[in-house]
Design a protein around this ligand. Sequence first.
Ligand SMILES: [Mg+2]
Length: 221
Amino acid sequence: MIKPIELVIFDCDGVLVDSEVIAARVQMRLGAELGWPLTLPEVVEHFIGRSGAANHAVVAERLGTATADRWRERFVKLHAEAVDAELEPVAGIREALAGIAALALPTCVASSGGHDKMRHTLGRTGLYDHFAGRIFSATEVERGKPAPDLFLHAARSMGADPAACVVVEDSLPGVQAARAAGMRALGYAGGLTPAERLAGPDTVVFDDMRKLPGLIDGHQG
Ligand SMILES: [Mg+2]
């Protein structure tokens, strides 16, 4: 029997804030500058939805540790500048959060990004206060997405059974992490990762954030 939902876990980048397009553009610029020219699909494959440590490791394997250090330093600076200049919430997310609040379901955030970055991106888009005190980062666990550690940590901290959690994700490592944690996944395909990459067992794919409360309510039956 499918358990009713006790907790909705939101990814941050690409689900709450429209930051993946910014991150991808910065990664492509750094690749061109530092010796690893990348197409957009290659950036999505290698970088998007993964932790800063995982991103550093993939660059270090290719270009060595010193260049990876430089890459990370430049990324943090350029990403923060672009966030200040242009970051917006994901289209329809405010309506979606209001609809989920009307269902009286607890929510939290579980992101591959660090707390400083989330304070910046969620703060800039006016979403930080909605989740304050219920924000979890891959920096708090040993293994980032696609490992289940972060989602299990979030569920434990929120007092929810993993089988009663639903995860909203926009990246392949994210939906893989949800499945590995024994959670249902809702794959948001309105961003960089195509719907067919998100599809899989226990995963419903959707592309309009305004439909989220209805999809979650559908899991309650
Ligand atoms: Mg994401």
